[in-house]
Design a protein. Structure first.
Ligand SMILES: [Ca+2]
Ligand SMILES: [Ca+2]
Length: 130
């Protein structure tokens, strides 16, 4: 039985899969540079806001390794630098999601990023739905 139920989502999101997702979706990096599009434009794949938030929360839990309730840039780097990401690129992605420039990504910011950047959502969401 290989069906991926909700209980099995987290183990599916390993570093290699995450990296593959980012590589497969170069628009992820572009999306973060462009001005946020309308929320409704992001809904074109039929996902409800609730579904988007659920995916964002899964990713958040995975990246917040010290369970502090915020994602620090060091946590994002721990995940991505280990897989040969460039420092500058990780920081660019991080800054793009840290909307209030607090230096940390909170759960709401990640949710907002997922709503505003469909490519970010599809890149990561695809992995945990697979
Ligand atoms: Ca943390
Ligand atoms: Ca922030």
């Amino acid at each position: 039985m290989a069906s991926a139920t909700v209980a099995h989502l987290a183990p599916l999101l390993d570093t290699q899969e995450l990296r593959s997702a980012f590589v497969k979706f170069p628009t992820l990096c572009k999306a973060i540079e462009v001005k946020p599009r309308s929320v409704w434009a992001a809904m074109d794949d039929g996902a409800t806001e609730e579904e988007i938030f659920a995916v964002a929360d899964q990713v958040f839990t995975m990246v917040d390794t010290d369970k502090s309730g915020d994602i620090q840039v060091s946590e994002l780097k721990a995940l991505l630098l280990a897989d040969d990401w460039e420092d500058a690129l990780v920081e660019k992605v991080f800054t793009g999601i840290d909307f209030d420039d607090s230096g940390e990504i909170d759960r709401d910011e990640l949710r907002t990023a997922f709503v505003k950047h469909p490519s970010l959502r599809s890149a990561l969401g695809k992995q945990i739905k697979a």
